[in-house]
Write a protein that binds this ligand. Structure first.
Ligand code: HPA
Length: 268
């Protein structure tokens, strides 16, 4: 099936593009894909892809050029909480690998957990805690993609992180850095759960990214993870949470987010 999907995408791009860098755009952050000139394919047209049903996620693959570099962009991602098997969530990452992608930039909207971060911050992910209750590598191992027991010591590539920090400093962006904890969602966390995450060392919490990062690491890709802190997590300020605020805040940080990602792609 994987080869079938890869061939389908190659046919659509007529062999014109061989991107080495891919970008997964999280909630409210999809607009950057509109600035890519190239080919657009809706997920539902792609064999074995699933369509995202969540507001704020367009659901298409964009393959083309940004900042003079070839890129493959997922404008909107699929979340585990939408009810698909976890293998479906990470399928696009395996397709990227087969298409020759070497660098994967994963972005998300996240809740701020620790004092290190505040609303409107961009946070470089330096490690994660998988609290989703599932691992996307469960099942028969695909030996052509990776090994059965992949090491997870350095999932988020140190060199890419350093480069991104330097770019952020040049742009005058106060880029934070920290640990991202993932839950399955779709309910937000309770204040007690957030207290637990803070105790465990998490700086931000969200419902995505970790499955894709596990599989990209397994496939030997270099990963860069960036969270947009769209709200403080439950119990931090006592304010109730809602999805439209997450999307709205995503819109507000869009300018810095776009500037940063563009420069990272240019220099990757
Ligand atoms: N919790 C989980 N996921 C999120 C949050 C949050 O507070 N904000 C944005 N995505």
């Amino acid at each position: 099936m994987l080869n079938h999907t890869v061939e389908f995408i190659k046919e659509h791009t007529k062999g014109k593009y061989n991107p080495k860098t891919a970008l997964i755009l999280g909630s409210g952050l999809g607009d950057l894909a509109n600035e890519v000139s190239g080919v657009r394919i809706r997920y539902h047209e792609i064999p074995a892809f699933v369509q995202s049903s969540i507001e704020g996620h367009a659901g298409q693959l964009v393959i083309g050029k940004l900042e003079g570099k070839q890129v493959l962009v997922m404008q909107g991602r699929i979340h585990y909480y939408e009810g698909h098997e976890i293998q479906k969530i990470v399928y696009p990452v395996k397709v990227m690998k087969k298409l020759g992608v070497e660098n994967l930039i994963i972005t998300n909207a996240a809740g701020g957990v620790s004092e290190k971060v505040t609303i409107g911050d961009l946070m470089l992910i330096n490690d994660h805690i998988n609290f989703m209750g599932v691992n996307p590598l469960i099942g028969a191992n695909a030996n052509d993609l990776g090994e059965r027991f992949p090491d997870m010591s350095e999932v988020y590539n140190p060199a890419l992180r350093e480069k991104t920090k330097k770019i952020a400093a040049k742009l005058g962006i106060n880029l934070k850095e920290g640990i991202y904890a993932a839950t399955s969602g779709p309910s937000y966390e309770t204040p007690a759960e957030i207290k637990m995450f803070r105790t465990l060392g998490a700086d931000a919490v969200g419902m995505s990214t970790v499955p894709e990062a596990i599989v990209a690491n397994y496939c030997g890709m270099k990963i860069l993870g960036i969270s947009c802190i769209t709200n403080m997590a439950a119990g931090v300020t006592g304010k109730r949470l809602n999805h439209s605020e997450v999307i709205e805040e995503g819109q507000k940080v869009k300018e810095n987010f776009t500037k940063l990602i563009r420069q990272v792609i240019r220099h990757i």
